[in-house]
Design a protein around this ligand. Structure first.
Ligand SMILES: [Zn+2]
Length: 392
């Protein structure tokens, strides 16, 4: 960890310093302490918050704010990173932040210390120029790549309890598939996992008339449910999709008909569904495939996450315009991909996600072009000026 505070409006130096903090989830690694020093020195009110819960690791989180009144923009992100994997495969140390051929290499370069560095530099630039208006907050967790229990949900509860009123939020996750400016995420599909269990009657394979084999029965249910389409998608969302991810019997013997068989599945669903309607749909499908002779049950996991779509036209338009002005690209308004902490933030204010190019995230030699970090900083700065001062 570096003791010198990098030049605060230089996002590249800040990103290198953040990468040098080995904050593999759930370790703080010095990353939040570094943000505390940089933002504290710039006049932000800062709070470092450790949340804990039995059975889960303690997590260090961070909240910083500056300014007064509305509009109040929240920038949300995470300083924790996934493990580097086989370090010998990296061309440069994963916690060095080296620059090679115009790219910064290191774990977290795009997911998402690069987004944080760009936003901090943009915010400090914005505050230094002219007469800033409104309020800027940073809500940073160290628990996005982990269980996400002692992170964003508790940080939001804390912020709401102290009376923060957010107008809108940007999550700085890497949203662009190929080039900076490709896509803003304006929503996400929901996720629901569950298990179908079929109970038979255990017995000797040589005496099948004395047993009931749950394996072919379960196979029939899996095939029937897999063959059904949930919907065909809509203007903003891909079709909802159910995937069976495992079939488990746990029977090591060849001469025993097992008593029970289970199949686990996950559904990624659009805004035409919620947990209750999926529960009803699944039960109807299973009942019709099972008939009377199959003894089946369905359990759904908690928590599940609902889908959401951001309807704040000003937020989306202001960000799109800033992206177009800096990159020349018109971003797609996307709802694809996995889940993020935006699923929690959407409960307190409209939220969109925009950050770097995601191609190398979680990989060996995760890296980002220096030019992309500088352009993302310009995009965020332009957005702040337009959104907070109201030039949009
Ligand atoms: Zn991330």
């Amino acid at each position: 960890m570096t003791d010198s505070i990098p030049s605060t409006t230089d996002p590249v130096a800040l990103l290198q310093a953040l990468i040098a903090c080995p904050s593999v989830t759930p370790e703080e690694g010095g990353a939040i302490a570094l943000l505390d020093r940089v933002l504290g020195a710039a006049g932000f009110e800062t709070h470092t918050l450790v949340f804990s819960e039995p059975g889960t690791p303690d997590v260090t989180n961070f909240f910083a704010r500056i300014g007064t009144g509305a509009p109040h923009l929240m920038f949300a992100g995470h300083t924790d990173v996934v493990p580097p994997g086989d370090v010998s495969q990296w061309t440069k140390g994963p916690f060095e932040g080296s620059i090679v051929d115009g790219e910064i290499i290191g774990r977290g370069a795009v997911d998402m210390k690069g987004g944080i560095a760009a936003f901090v530099a943009a915010a400090l630039d914005y505050l230094a120029s002219g007469q800033p208006q409104g309020t800027i907050s940073l809500l940073i967790t160290g628990d996005e790549e982990g269980p996400a229990i002692n992170g964003t949900p508790k940080l939001l509860d804390w912020a709401m309890a102290r009376g923060e009123k957010f107008t809108a939020a940007i999550v700085g996750e890497p949203t662009n598939p190929a080039a900076l400016g490709d896509a803003i995420k304006v929503g996400r599909r929901g996720s629901l996992s569950g298990t179908v269990t079929v109970r038979g009657k255990q017995g000797h394979v040589a005496y099948p008339h004395l047993a009931v084999n749950p394996v072919p029965q379960l196979a029939r249910l899996v095939a029937a449910v897999s063959a059904e389409r949930l919907d065909s998608g809509n203007e903003r969302f891909q079709p909802s999709n159910l995937e069976f991810v495992s079939v488990d019997v746990g029977n090591p013997a060849f001469n025993v008909i097992p008593a029970e068989a289970r199949a686990r599945f996950n559904i990624r669903f659009n805004d035409q569904w919620n947990r209750d309607s999926l529960d009803a749909w699944l039960r109807a499908q299973l009942a019709s495939a099972a008939g009377n002779e199959v003894d089946w049950s369905l359990t759904l996991e908690t928590p599940s996450s609902d889908s959401f779509l951001t309807h704040d036209a000003k937020l989306i338009k202001t960000l799109s315009s800033a992206i177009e002005a800096v990159t020349g690209r018109t971003p797609d308004l996307s709802t694809g991909g996995g889940t993020s902490d935006a699923r929690f933030i959407k409960n307190v204010c409209p939220v969109v996600e925009f950050g770097l190019v995601g191609q190398t995230m979680h990989q060996i030699n995760e890296r980002v072009a220096v030019a992309d970090v500088l352009q993302l900083t310009q995009i965020y700065k332009r957005f702040l000026a337009d959104f907070l001062v109201g030039n949009a």
